[in-house]
Write a protein that binds this ligand. Structure first.
Ligand SMILES: C[S@@+](CC[C@H](N)C(=O)[O-])C[C@H]1O[C@@H](n2cnc3c(N)ncnc32)[C@H](O)[C@@H]1O
Length: 264
């Protein structure tokens, strides 16, 4: 890429040189004169798109359960409770069906005052949602960048996790009322199955997500626990499990008939 009009492109004996510059046909014509007369020219005028705006548009505010999730640069007059976040390279803007499924599943539990662990937090949206439902929340993730982003987003929403760590559920105390784990890769959920269950209270509940529909069976075979309900969003399954076979576990708030895939 050439920085200014006076730059002369280095033209290879054979092969192609691509160079870009600001300006219309007149500038293009002047620039082409520096090329050898036998060069084949192919030039195209391109619209200079506002890439910042383009990128920001992919984070349009959206409804996620009872929340309105919005990137920090959006103002919102919505009456819905808000979750604000700063998009980064970290997963979890609420636009993904697995995240939305988790938020909706969290809403079905009465987690006020309960200990909730978000394993594999991304931008922290699940933990923030849990905190806004009154939970005492904990975060862990194997990726330090994700953890930092999640903690920053928690602060942005005026809340603070009880405890955070870079690693997986193995380091959790064994007394969580509810664990939510959304990984996108079902095999990872299966690999840490025993650690997840061990970290739950005797009557704790588990929300697993990031399960593509076709992997639902594998997850069910691996976990084989009581499954009070599932949520399906954009083809992603979120499955709720209760650790005990009896009707104990965390109380539910609503009817548990959520298997159908409701669009946004
Ligand atoms: C899909 S993203 C986060 C999604 C986020 N919880 C949400 O619902 O929007 C999954 C994250 O889990 C992390 N991860 C992968 N395996 C993990 C494991 N065994 N324990 C904890 N975190 C893990 C990844 O590094 C990634 O940051």
């Amino acid at each position: 890429m050439l920085a200014s009009e006076t730059d002369v492109p280095a033209v290879a004996e054979e092969g192609a040189v691509i160079f870009t510059f600001d300006g219309g046909a007149e500038v293009a014509e002047r620039r082409m004169r520096v090329l050898p007369p036998n060069a084949d020219l192919l030039w195209r005028e391109k619209e200079n798109r506002g890439w910042t705006r383009e990128c920001q548009k992919s984070f349009e505010p959206l409804r996620c359960g009872r929340f309105r999730i919005r990137a920090s640069w959006y103002r919102s007059s919505s009456q819905r409770e808000k979750i604000t976040f700063d998009p980064s390279l970290v997963f979890g803007s609420g636009h993904h069906g697995s995240t939305r499924g988790c938020v909706e599943a969290l809403e079905k539990f009465d987690i006020d005052g309960k200990k909730v662990l978000d394993v594999g937090t991304g931008s922290g949206i699940l933990a923030i949602a849990a905190a806004k439902m009154g939970a005492l929340f904990y975060l862990c993730v194997t990726d330090e960048e994700a953890l930092n982003a999640a903690v920053r987003n928690c602060a942005q929403n005026g809340i603070a996790p009880r405890k955070v760590w870079v690693s997986s559920v193995l380091r959790a105390e064994k007394s969580r009322d509810l664990i939510v784990a959304n990984f996108i890769v079902s095999d990872v959920l299966i690999a840490i199955r025993d650690d997840l269950i061990r970290a739950l209270k005797a009557k704790g509940s588990l929300i697993l997500s990031g399960i593509m529909e076709r992997f639902g069976r594998r997850i069910r075979e691996a976990f084989s626990m009581r499954e009070p309900f599932t949520v399906k969003r954009d083809g992603w399954l979120t499955i709720a499990y209760a650790k005990t076979q009896d009707i104990g576990g965390l109380p539910f708030k609503r009817a548990l008939n959520t298997a159908k895939d409701e669009s946004r």
